[in-house]
Ligand binder design. Structure first.
Ligand code: MOS
Length: 695
């Protein structure tokens, strides 16, 4: 298709000025008349049952309107997602579970009253520690998103046993927390049986659907808005308790209610990336051709709902091997419920696979870039389909050229050891059906309406670019309306699929509008001419091709042999993700993902407290997200791909792949620098020093 200058251009974010001047409104910033504040009371036992509640002292705090408990809270219909069955019974499935909700005139009064609620529990034994060979380990019926839990090609065990060169290693990743800058927050109000909610969400359509179910309302009596969202990273990909509790409290009190979770509540309430144990067995010929690849994953889930991190699946995408197996196991523990976190499964599984590949390169005495190139498949190994496009080799070569590879020997600078590492990345192409409208106005402008969510990615900007391109009009003639469930129905910002899904519908609406306008003579009517598009049946149709984005990550680290501290000096990523639709916001997504991967490699990790049953880190002083001083020179580049099997824009997703190869690239660089192979993330100074001492 012919392209205008709009698509691919580094267009600035349309809401940038509002954000930097502080006028952009977030979910908790809707001071409706009479608005009051809610505060959740978390369970302070790891498992058990509530036997008594004394809310008297809490209700006596000045400004308190009510305290909701399982005894007086509005009854909800049974939700699909049991983490939303809030204040419905006396069971405590895990520490931090919401057991009461205080509503007060001010956030301060709500906080004081929440601390004053007296609760007694009948406690039960709990088990929260994921161990290899845990007696409750089992293979689940299905993994996240209905994906298969296992795959088998050939005879992997025998091929591995017979392989001349073998690696058999286990990698571990800890629980991780998303911690978006804006905490989960919702403001709800009821007006004559209509519910309106401002919420911090990756998809208001899903929030509306879930609220309609819980409160037994038709969807057209509910409006959910998320005009601006301060990050989500997956944790806002499904409705979280804040929106349900705010709606319950607003219904009960008849007042608009805001619930903004304090940072300390997030770890147990909104989900976490589940910990993984990944055993990798790689068998190869002496010249570095894989003959067997086996990836066994064990992860945990909560008693509330089954959530199985699919960390093995990418091992069926990457490398040619006649004998392949991946399988997932899960251990139900009394932990808070895990949920989505940016590149869920890909980040953890590829850390293991790409580290093991580095170990195999070491065993073979081969360059790790060469090893990957030598095992380039011509079809997707797991599914057998041809790739719609695959430029991993080009990413590796281009990255090697830009970064400086083949690498030399490690260097020393005083007490510092300097090394470099490489890892590959992949992320699947996902796309969902979507609707959108396009309207031509008599003043020569266009209005695009679609319930997309901009969670900080620049969605409204890139959708305007897609529309301008399809209409052949300058970008400033296009207005977009997003972030409101009353707009044409659209899927969530998740699975790196938002732009592809929404953009497809926008593109189609614009193409139809042009057709309609071509048949129109005379001035446009006052109300404009509008058309609607719906990509159902096409966006969700199966493909004749395996569709994935690929990338290559390179890292340089300095390891302090005195303190054990690892500093990343350089990170470089090269991606092949179809057409890049906005070079500025895309670069920001890649660099953001790599920063998150850097955190996963070096500083981020939540510790399950065996005695208490939840996470030891509940604030940003103890959960170490990389700060500016931790983040070095990061470069993101891409190879523009022409892939006809995707969508009208020819784009793959870019939101998550930046995380995927980064932790292994950093870990492999630490190995190159020190000779020590650490197999547990994060690579904190204590672990690094221990490994150096053992050597
Ligand atoms: Mo993302 S973890 O697909 O919201």
């Amino acid at each position: 298709m012919a392209r205008t200058a709009a698509l691919g251009a580094p267009a600035e974010r349309r809401e940038g000025l509002e954000k930097v001047t502080g006028t952009a409104r977030y979910a908790a910033e809707h001071p409706l008349p009479g608005r009051v504040h809610a505060r959740a009371v978390p369970a302070c036992v790891a498992r058990g049952r509530i036997t008594g509640m004394d809310t008297g002292p809490a209700r006596a705090v000045p400004g308190v309107l009510t305290v909701l408990t399982h005894e007086n809270a509005p009854r909800l219909a049974e939700p699909e997602d049991a983490t939303l069955a809030l204040l419905q019974d006396s069971e405590v499935p895990h520490r931090g579970w919401c057991v009461a909700l205080v509503v007060a005139e001010t956030p301060e009064a709500a906080r004081a009253a929440a601390a004053a609620v007296r609760i007694t529990y009948d406690t039960a034994d709990h088990d929260v520690v994921l161990t290899p060979g845990h007696p409750s380990t089992h293979e689940p019926e299905e993994a996240n998103g209905g994906q298969p839990t296992r795959c088998r090609r050939g005879d992997p065990e025998s091929a591995f046993a017979a392989a001349p060169v073998r690696v058999d290693v286990t990698y571990r990743t800890p629980p991780l927390h998303n911690h978006p800058m804006e905490p989960h927050a919702s403001t709800a109000h009821w007006d004559r049986g209509r519910l309106t909610v401002h919420t911090s969400s990756q998809g208001t359509g899903d929030v509306r659907r879930v609220l309609a179910g819980l409160f037994a309302l038709p969807v057209d009596r509910i409006t959910v808005r998320a005009e601006h969202v301060g990050g989500g990273f997956g944790s806002k990909g499904s409705p979280r308790p804040d929106v349900v509790l705010a709606a319950m409290a607003a219904r009960y009190t008849g007042r608009p209610v805001t619930l903004a979770y304090p940072r300390r509540h997030l770890p147990t309430v909104v989900g976490h990336r589940a910990p993984t144990l990944s055993r990798l067995r790689l068998g190869a010929t002496a010249d570095g051709r894989l003959t067997a690849l086996l990836h066994d994953v064990t992860t945990h889930t909560s008693p509330v709902r089954s959530f199985v991190e699919v960390a093995g699946t990418t091992s069926g995408v990457m490398y040619a091997t006649p004998n392949l197996s991946f399988v997932h196991h899960v251990v139900p523990l009394d932990v808070p419920s895990p949920s989505w976190m940016r590149a869920p499964g890909e980040a953890t599984g590829m850390y293991a696979l790409e580290s093991a590949m580095d170990e195999l390169a070491g065993e073979l005495g081969m360059d790790p870039v060469e090893l990957r190139i030598r095992n380039e498949p011509d079809r997707e190994p797991a599914g057998g389909l041809p790739f719609s496009s695959r430029h991993l080799v080009e990413c590796l070569r281009e990255g090697a050229r830009r970064f400086g590879w083949p690498r030399g020997a490690r260097r020393a600078e005083g007490p510092l050891l300097i090394g470099t590492g490489v890892a590959a990345a992949t992320y699947p192409v996902m796309v969902s059906p979507c609707t959108a409208t396009a309207e031509a106005r008599p003043d020569g402008t266009y209005l695009i309406r679609v319930n997309a969510s901009d969670i900080g990615t620049g969605a409204r900007t890139v959708l305007a670019q897609i529309a301008a391109d399809a209409l052949g009009t300058p970008l400033d003639r296009v207005r977009t309306e997003i972030g409101d469930s009353d707009l044409p129905e659209a899927p969530v910002a998740g699975g790196s699929s938002g732009t592809a899904s929404w953009g497809w519908a926008v593109h189609e609406a614009c193409a139809r509008l042009l057709d309609r306008l071509a048949g129109h003579t005379g001035p446009l009517p006052e109300r404009g001419i509008g058309v609607r598009a719906d990509t159902s049946g096409r966006a969700d149709a199966g493909s004749t091709h395996a569709r994935h984005a690929f990338g290559a990550h390179f890292a340089e680290v300095a390891v302090d042999t005195v303190t054990g501290e690892v500093r990343v000096r350089r990170l470089l990523g090269v991606y092949a993700a179809g057409h890049i639709l906005n070079s500025r916001t895309a670069r920001s997504q890649f660099v953001g993902g790599m920063t998150m991967g850097l955190g996963m490699a070096l500083t981020e990790g939540s510790t399950v407290d065996a005695a208490f049953g939840d996470f030891a880190e509940a604030d940003l002083a103890s959960y170490h997200i990389p700060v500016h001083a931790d983040v070095p020179d990061i470069e993101a580049h891409w190879i523009d791909e022409d892939d006809p099997y995707l969508n009208p824009m020819g784009s793959k997703g870019i939101g998550e792949i930046g995380v995927v190869g980064t932790p292994a690239a950093i870990g492999n660089a630490v190995h190159h620098a020190t000779g020590a192979r650490l197999r547990t993330l994060p690579l904190t100074p204590d672990r690094v020093l221990t490994a150096l001492t053992e050597r």
